[in-house]
Design a protein around this ligand. Structure first.
Ligand code: SDX
Length: 440
């Protein structure tokens, strides 16, 4: 009998019958603590000679995990069992980082120790600053973030031995701590402004805003409403089960690659407009729409089978209900705009009208396409002064703790092995070689 890593098993099973031969194969079912059970198909190929086929892995569990659980139909998101809205309303980002990485909410002593550990890893090696000068000033900050993060493995040889728990922990702390610093440096480099060193008297979110928007010319006072909104945005983007970028980190890590290289791979995947790049794409879409009068035409295009256009910020591979993060983000959006005294933000008017129309349109209702986390985040970040090119960078800063927590869980999973999916081959079968002289 097969079982989960903590010994859960069941007597449930599925029996497959080969209709050509009548041969039967019984496959065990593994139960989760909640959500769908899984049919354990690890013996399928050896017993049937068949692979499963599931492009995009929409029905495939790639691993066992205890970190995040999503119920797409109910619009539920739990991190180690805690609901995302309760975490967003009652915790700060370092607390959620501790929860994701270590499996429990820290007590006061643990919280103080964790914050101190992260704080004293926020600086990057001085030599790394020179790395930026190799990029054009107008390089996309995601390209810079991807390159510089991968380069961290050239600076921290003392934390790339993935078999050493202590090195895994140091690498995790370094990545969580340094991502905001590198992200802010990418922004400063793009702006042609000097890098700002992190300050140890500021919180994680305050430090990021300080390093991004502060200058050496005058004191920079962090707006507490904005730092709280930034902290909340980090919490809402921290982790999200086995999404494309997290699966990329796991697959890269399964070969034994060092954690810095794995996170760089995750950044590359997140950059795509169908994934983390959607928040930037939402703003571009709202700016292209330009006025609420054009929304009916845009909705018509989104519904048309003959048009590849999709409404950025709508739909989700898993949520077939409202993304719970979007609900919290919507509220934060209004708080930030009110704090900044932004009343007639045309992009927000377009966004709200687009949401109203989409949520009442039969196509979106039938296909269960709701606003996702990216729909509102772009508006908030624009109001806070970030250029659209930085939106996905902020997503990557937040998601680093999710990626590294999932990477650590994979490395510590006794069932872990190198990822090696198979395929359905429909190409040429073996054919005789044709020498160059005989090719027509
Ligand atoms: C993130 O995986 C994660 O958890 C990701 C993420 C995370 O935190 O890591 O949540 C972050 O990536 C959120 C998603 C951000 N992307 C966007 O907002 C881009 C716009 N959304 C779409 O590209 C799309 O909705 C996806 C990629 C998110 C999901 O695509 P799927 O899996 O193909 O969606 P689906 O199978 O549920 O689609 C059902 C139907 C399809 O039509 P039919 O083939 O059935 O006729 O709905 C259509 C789709 O064509 N559809 C849309 C649409 N999204 C899906 N039609 C118009 N506009 C859209 N946005």
């Amino acid at each position: 009998m097969t079982q989960t890593t903590d010994g859960k098993a069941s007597n449930d099973s599925f029996t497959l019958i080969d209709n050509r031969t009548g041969k039967q194969v019984t496959l065990p079912v593994l139960p989760g603590s909640t959500g769908p059970s899984v049919i354990d198909i690890r013996k399928l190929y050896s017993e049937t000679g068949h692979f499963t086929y599931d492009p995009g892995f929409t029905s495939t569990g790639s691993c066992e995990s205890k970190i995040t659980y999503i119920d797409g139909d109910e619009g539920v998101l739990l991190h180690r069992g805690y609901a995302i809205d309760e975490l967003a309303d009652n915790c700060d980002f370092p607390e959620v980082c501790h929860l994701l990485l270590n499996g429990h909410l820290p007590n006061a002593k643990e919280k103080a120790e964790f914050e101190t550990t992260i704080r004293y890893h926020t600086m990057v090696h001085e030599q790394l600053s020179r790395f930026f000068s190799g990029f054009r000033r107008d390089a996309h900050p995601m390209a810079v973030l991807c390159g510089v993060t991968g380069a961290l493995s050239a600076f921290y040889h003392d934390s790339t031995d993935i078999t050493d728990p202590r090195q895994r922990q140091i690498a995790s702390h370094r990545l969580i701590a340094k991502m905001p610093t590198i992200a802010a440096m990418a922004y400063k480099y793009n702006m042609g402004q000097p890098f700002m060193y992190p300050r140890n008297d500021l919180s994680y979110a305050e430090n990021f805003l300080y390093m991004t928007f502060g200058t050496p010319c005058e004191p920079y006072k962090v707006n507490p409403i904005l730092s709280k909104a930034m902290d909340k945005i980090f919490i809402l983007h921290a982790d999200h089960e086995q999404n494309a970028s997290t699966s990329t980190v796991r697959l890269a890590g399964s070969s034994g690659a060092n954690p810095f290289a794995c996170i760089a791979a995750g950044i590359a995947s997140l950059w795509g407009p169908a994934h983390g790049g959607a928040n930037e794409a939402v703003l571009k879409m709202l700016e292209e729409i330009g006025s609420v009068d054009r929304i009916p035409e845009i909705v018509r295009r989104a519904k048309s089978k003959d048009d590849s256009f999709r409404l950025m910020g709508f739909g989700h591979r898993v949520y077939k209900n409202y993304d719970p993060r979007a609900q919290v983000m919507r509220q934060t959006c209004h708080e930030v705009l009110a704090e900044l005294g932004i009343k007639d933000e045309p992009l927000l008017d377009i966004a709200m009208e687009l949401e109203r129309i989409a949520l009442s349109d039969e196509y979106f209702i039938e296909k269960k396409l709701y606003p996702n986390v990216d729909f509102y985040s772009g508006i908030i970040l624009k109001a806070m002064g970030f250029p659209t090119s930085m939106f996905t960078v902020l997503f990557a800063v937040a998601r680093t703790v999710g990626w590294i927590s999932q990477w650590k869980e994979m490395i510590e999973d006794p069932q872990q092995k190198i990822g090696r999916p198979r395929q359905l081959y429909t190409g040429e079968t073996k054919r005789p070689f044709v020498p160059l002289a005989e090719r027509g």
